[in-house]
Design a protein around this ligand. Structure first.
Ligand code: SAH
Length: 370
């Protein structure tokens, strides 16, 4: 059985390769020739590392696997947002969204196939939970886009695709190392945001890492009663505990709040939300509801969102309204995959432009002054 080098952190892969090379009597400097082939300048097989002798390339390909994700769909929005659907080796599929914005390119990546959380407005919840993604499947989303011609490379990463990253901490933790390591993708931790419904042990584990990763918490409702009705996880991790964890986190946290017309967008909700945000000095991101999620929700009007934001601001809370991106391609959490399943089920003809990209994820992430 081949060793999968892409499930390892760069340091661990270097050790593994070092031992292999030493056993073959190869010089140690070859590790440095090989490591970039994993993440920095990825190859599909060691055959492509032409600086190495042919016999060594053959031996490496025989001993080690560099597994791929297969790209089965790629959709582009007129605003430049792109959505990618990957199929995994066991047939599961996951999505990745690439969102260009001025000098930034944000990748919204998935951490699980499906999701167990069943948030009332989220398309991914509808498909249920299939499994956790392995390290090489999470970091592999970034790797696959780097393998495209021309390559697509991120400046920022948000864990806002499918799944709950902090319920897959065992694999997200080493993935964060691959994303930040200089011999991995070399992305600064401040440019990487982990988004969670508030999984407390995961928040603590993330806070214990020395790097300045950003934490976003999906709040979506300012009272336990309302939040329970929208997010069943609130039974396990109620608001008070989530807010306390945010306060204990040693970096500033962002609250995500999706605006649901007539549900969580009244002035009293703004007041309650402001109190929570002030308690842990959170920055609030108001998210316009992406159409095509789950449930029968109505988006709050743009004017309604602005009024809600002003009310928060008056109480002294910093707030941003997230820009919706890729409206002409459905890029919201889980939408592309749901769309394809539906099509398959109904044998509907493939139409161009009927994908509504709803990247709940997408859009603009608040940039804090450095
Ligand atoms: N499980 C994590 C990360 C994935 S979802 C979390 O919940 O934070 C990323 C963000 O998209 C979350 O804030 C989620 O609530 C939001 N989201 C899901 N469906 C949405 C929709 N239809 N419109 C707007 N935001 C949505």
């Amino acid at each position: 059985m081949k060793t999968n080098l892409l499930n390892l952190t760069p340091a661990h892969a270097a050790e593994t390769l070092g031992a292999f090379l030493a056993a073959r009597g190869e010089p140690a400097y070859r590790v440095k020739q090989l490591l970039p082939a994993l993440w920095q300048h990825p190859v599909t097989a060691f055959q492509e590392v032409t600086t190495l002798p042919q016999a060594l390339r053959d031996a490496l390909d025989e001993a080690f696997a560099l597994p791929r994700l297969s790209l089965v769909a790629r959709q582009s929005s007129s605003d430049g947002t792109e959505k990618f659907l990957f199929q995994l080796q066991d047939g599961q599929s996951i999505e990745t969204v690439a969102i260009p914005d001025a000098d930034r390119m944000t990748f919204c990546i998935s951490s699980q196939a499906g999701c167990a959380l069943q948030c009332a407005f989220c398309a991914t919840g509808v498909m249920g939970f299939a499994r956790n993604l392995e390290v090489h499947e999470i970091a592999g989303q970034v790797r696959e886009l780097a393998l495209l011609d021309p390559p697509v490379r991120p400046t920022n990463i948000v864990f806002m695709g499918m799944g709950e990253p902090l319920m897959n901490w065992g694999n997200v933790d080493p993935t964060l190392t691959i994303l930040t390591a200089p011999d991995g993708f070399g992305i600064g931790a401040r440019h990487i945001t982990v988004s969670t419904v508030g999984v407390l042990p995961g928040i603590i584990a993330l806070g214990e890492r020395p790097e300045q990763f950003r934490l976003a918490i999906s709040i979506h409702a300012p009272s336990d009663e309302l939040r329970r009705s929208l997010m069943p996880i609130n039974v396990k991790y109620p608001l008070a505990e989530v807010v306390a964890a945010a306060a204990a986190f040693d970096r500033r946290v962002t609250f995500e709040y999706v605006m649901l017309g007539g549900i969580n967008d009244e002035p009293e909700h703004a007041d309650q939300l402001a109190a929570l945000a002030r308690e842990c000095k959170a920055f609030v991101n108001l998210i316009p509801l992406h159409p095509g999620g789950a449930g029968n929700f109505t988006p709050t009007t743009a004017a309604g969102i602005r009024a809600f934001a002003s009310r928060l601001r008056r109480i002294g809370v910093e707030v941003a309204i997230r820009k919706s991106r890729g409206k002409d391609i459905a890029a919201a959490c889980g939408q592309l995959r749901v769309e394809r399943l539906r099509r398959r089920a109904h044998h509907a003809p493939q139409q161009d432009g009927d994908v509504h990209v709803a990247c709940a994820v997408g859009a603009r992430f608040h940039r804090r002054p450095a």
